[in-house]
Design a binder for this molecule. Structure first.
Ligand SMILES: C[C@@H]1N[C@H](CNC(=O)Cc2c[nH]c3ccccc23)[C@@H](O)[C@H](O)[C@@H]1O
Length: 441
């Protein structure tokens, strides 16, 4: 979607060191919590995508598409009633932000980005111009953004905000989006909406000094001339703030990709891949284990992204009551137990210079990271018949075999080989990667 260079502004070190953030998609769509588990963005045929949208947060759009299974579900389960009623049904009665943040921190996340207003236009704070159509005056009757921000900062994590500037099916009054080629028709571009959105982002900056401004689906054309002023105001308020790339090519401190879409953005010193634990960002009750990443998948995704110089923004979709779905908690718990001894090989690392050591897919699976004094080899799926022996292809002399150590404490033997380093160690035949640390020569 974006083929322009980043802003040229050096991205603050906290962001490139952070490596791992948690996205939180929570809204009135968490009450309906329903979508077909069609598949991943970028893999699903675009002609199928919108009528069979796996994004549960797109429920209001999908139920307005004639003949969609979601429309049928809405008719039979909710009597076809107005989407807006889900706001009043949303109570968030079990919302415990400190509990969420503790799990996010243990999993190794260093920043948290909640949806403050998604495409349905419902604000999770008392946003200017929204009247009572927000979670302070209806439903939860709570400023969910302020409560989460406080918990995130109390745990010394960075706090960012997601804002749907490009799409607003309420204030923007648009017909359903039927195909990505007609996405622009689904977007409001008028001056009134631009002023409304601009004012809300300024309000978020004034209230929370967010460390990340994560806008989505572009910015209304009538408001694009005012973006340089908005960004200047943001940076003056948050000198270490970062701005993503979804403002219609106006500006970007870093580029984003989403599932398999926009993978061409995954280059340079700083980019971020985002996805849900399943095929959806909003909680989708129809998803089963076969649709979700397991802990090993999530760890490998994080390690692969970090080894290529990116951040992973992994999403959780809380239930309407404020609890994190058990199957999503389990993934973060799995990441947390892995992160307990692998953080040093992930956080504040950088990719290796190209050509010094090769990643490898298949058996074994190999990825690399480095910091000033060490090089880390992540190894998984070592075939059993190899007796735990792996040949790591590296530039000769790059690693000192005598310094090899497994971060989980198990023993590893290393010796220089013709193509780099041979290591021998037990228990590397699992899909969950293990890091071996070497001192750099
Ligand atoms: C983080 C997610 N961002 C989505 C917007 N995604 C994009 O614009 C990315 C994208 C690239 N190519 C596309 C083709 C069709 C739909 C989306 C995209 C939103 O529509 C989702 O609901 C969720 O908030």
């Amino acid at each position: 979607m974006n083929d322009f260079p980043q802003s040229g502004r050096p991205v603050p070190a906290w962001f490139t060191d952070a490596k791992f953030g948690i996205f939180v998609h929570w809204g009135a769509y968490s009450v309906s919590a329903w979508a077909e588990p069609t598949g991943e963005l970028g893999v699903v045929d675009p002609d199928v995508w919108f009528k069979h949208n796996p994004y549960a947060e797109w429920y209001w759009n999908t139920i307005r598409i004639e003949g969609s299974p979601a429309q049928e579900h809405h008719r039979t389960t909710h009597g076809g009633r107005p989407y807006d009623e889900f706001l009043d049904e949303w109570k968030a009665e079990l919302f415990d932000p400190a509990d969420w943040v503790e799990l996010f921190a243990r999993a190794g996340a260093r920043y948290v980005v909640p949806t403050t207003k998604h495409h349905d236009g419902i604000a999770l704070w008392d946003a200017p111009g929204t009247g009572i159509r927000n979670t302070v005056h209806r439903g939860p009757r709570r400023d969910l953004i302020a409560d989460l921000a406080a918990a995130v900062r109390a745990r010394d994590l960075r706090f960012g905000v997601y804002y749907s500037g490009g799409i607003d099916w309420y204030a923007g009054r648009r017909d359903p989006v039927l195909h990505e080629d007609r996405m622009d028709e689904g977007r409001p571009h008028e001056a009134a909406y631009a002023a409304y959105a601009h004012r809300q982002v300024i309000d978020l900056i004034d209230r929370h000094s967010p460390d990340v401004l994560w806008n989505d689906m572009g910015w209304p054309r009538a408001g694009q001339a005012d973006l340089p002023e908005l960004f200047s105001y943001y940076y003056a308020t948050v000198p270490e703030g970062v701005v993503n790339d979804r403002w219609d090519n106006a500006h970007a401190d870093y580029l984003t990709s989403e599932y398999e879409a926009d993978r061409a953005n995954e280059w340079g010193a700083c980019w971020e891949n985002t996805r849900g634990i399943g095929f959806s960002f909003g909680y989708n009750q129809t998803e089963g284990p076969e649709h979700l990443l397991d802990p090993a998948d999530a760890v490998r995704l994080l390690v692969d992204v970090v080894s290529r110089g990116g951040n992973l923004l992994l999403n959780v979709g809380p239930k309407a009551d404020g609890t994190l779905p058990q199957e999503q908690r389990a993934v973060l718990e799995g990441m947390a137990s892995w992160m307990a001894c692998h953080s040093e090989a992930v956080h504040a690392t950088r990719p290796l210079e190209s050509g010094s050591a090769d990643p490898h897919d298949g058996d074994p699976w190999v990825r690399w990271t480095r910091d000033e004094r060490h090089i880390y080899a992540f190894v998984a799926d070592v075939p059993d018949e190899a007796g735990g022996r792996v040949a790591l292809k590296t530039r000769p002399g790059l690693l000192d075999p005598d310094t090899a150590e497994r971060l989980d404490g198990d023993t590893v033997k290393a010796e220089a080989g013709p193509e780099g380093i041979h290591i021998t160690s037990a228990g590397l035949d699992t899909p969950l990667p293990t890091a071996i640390r070497f001192a750099t020569r």
